[in-house]
Design a protein around this ligand. Structure first.
Ligand SMILES: [Zn+2]
Length: 98
């Protein structure tokens, strides 16, 4: 499956009118070739991103707060938490070495 931006495709749609249809509304027509040239969307890029906010430190464990859902998790390092286990956000600052 290839994901495309339907909103972008709509912009390319052409309004046409059929003469043999009395109550002629506007028909949006999109060519198949238009679909072919639509950029592919990486589903991973649609996943919301967040980052861990370091809150506390006790006995080698850090408290990390998800910037998206504000749930907290105690871990020695955030490096293994690439995704929030609460809201599923993709963490963008997991490369920090602790
Ligand atoms: Zn979260």
């Amino acid at each position: 499956m290839r994901l495309i931006d339907a909103d972008e495709l709509k912009k390319r749609a052409e309004k046409v009118c059929f003469a043999d249809i009395p109550d002629c509304g506007d028909f949006d027509v999109v060519g198949v070739s238009d679909i072919d040239i639509m950029p592919t969307i990486d589903p991973e890029s649609l996943r919301p991103t967040a980052h861990w906010i370091k809150r506390g430190y006790v006995c080698g464990e850090n408290e990390y707060e998800c910037s998206a859902c504000h749930e907290t998790e105690w871990r020695t390092s955030a490096s293994r938490m690439k995704y929030c286990m609460f809201c599923g956000a993709r963490m963008v600052n997991t490369d920090e070495s602790l």
